[in-house]
Design a protein around this ligand. Sequence first.
Ligand SMILES: [Zn+2]
Length: 250
Amino acid sequence: MLQKVEGIVIRTNDYGETNKIVTVFTREFGKIGVMARGAKKPSSRLSSISQLFTYGYFLVQTGKGLGTLQQGESISSMKYIKSDIIATAYASYVVELTDKGVDEKTPNPYLFELLYQTLNYMNEGLDLEILKMIYELKMLQVIGLYPHLSSCVSCGETEGAFSFSISEGGFLCHHCSGKDRNRIQISPATVRLLRLFYTFDLKRLGNISVKDETKAELKTVISRFYDEYSGLMLKSKRFLTQLDTFNNPL
Ligand SMILES: [Zn+2]
């Protein structure tokens, strides 16, 4: 059956001399893999549509097994992302997290919208670290993880100072801080932003400016939570970690 889908290329693999297998996250069907015959040749009409990060419409022949990409219409090639090595690194992480975090052919229009919006903002030059962290927080629910951010995970307290406990899976209030010797000390700004990023609509992201110390705390909490619970190993994370070390030498 021939189907037209709206999607974003989240992975490409070379296949033989001239072909590519393209993984597309679609609004209609979730993640699908399609064979793009001849797409490695620059002259191919499938060449531009089968590039990583490309957003557009894909005409796909589906059947048993892998579908075949027949035609495509690129709406955005995410030009800025591709031209900037740092933006490429962050966007690569976001698409790899999506690829590893979702099952094939499981529609999730909410996540599609979120991915599209995130890449679009990255392409417009918005804060890459913040966008990555918002995406990671929202992706948690997709992979079935629910950090306790509404109150103290132990006693339910909603007011006062909080730390974050990886082992308890959420905030600890100052009365309960003794429950976890390895709790992460965080500022009230970090508490507020963790809650905000987890729940708010990304479309409403305005001009956000976050202090470097707050960013560092957010990064520690999110990264350690993922390491502990997600079970995901992402190739693109290594380069981001190297960037961090380069930017913040000890
Ligand atoms: Zn408590």
